[in-house]
Design a protein around this ligand. Structure first.
Ligand SMILES: [Zn+2]
Length: 163
């Protein structure tokens, strides 16, 4: 994706009020993120690690959302699959829960999705990060197709949050 500025990211949040967006913490190393290999940028709040944020471009427009996302549970070493990029992790998948935009969210309405706990789906799909033996299915489809599928999964989620 295209490299986004701090202003663009703050302006892109769909499920936070303007005041909240002003206060939320963005990565300090935005310029150093591997944008060329990212389909979305995900990060955790440095002060509150169970808060997660992600920003992506939908139809060329930056769209960002804020969510609760407890760190993955490592006990029991259960295998589970990220529903965005379909990578299987042993204890490395988190349930990300985002309040829906607008009134629905204020009334406590949320949408959840299982996602790579380090929010690095793009890098797993491209083989730039390795989740271990058996983490990725051997598939005959191209990388481009895998990326498209991941984006379809992510956009469907973002659409549910945006309402
Ligand atoms: Zn993933």
């Amino acid at each position: 994706m295209r490299q986004l500025t701090e202003q663009e990211i703050r302006a892109a949040f769909v499920n936070r009020t303007k005041g909240e967006v002003k206060r939320l913490s963005l990565p300090r190393d935005l310029a150093d993120r591997p944008w060329d290999d990212l389909d979305y940028l995900g990060w955790r709040d440095a002060q509150a690690p169970d808060r997660a944020y992600l920003v992506t471009e939908l139809d060329g427009r930056p769209t960002a959302l804020a969510a609760r996302c407890p760190a993955p549970a490592f006990w029991g070493a259960r295998r589970s699959m990220c529903s965005v990029c379909l990578t299987t992790h042993v204890g490395g998948v988190s349930l990300l829960v985002a309040p829906r935009a607008g009134r629905a969210g204020q009334q406590g309405n949320t949408v959840g999705i299982y996602i790579c706990g380090d929010l690095s789906c793009s890098l797993y799909v491209r083989g730039k990060k390795d989740a271990g033996v058996g983490a990725r299915l051997h598939e005959t489809i191209t990388l481009e197709e895998k990326i498209q599928r991941m984006m379809a999964n992510l956009s469907a989620f973002v659409a549910k949050v945006s309402g």
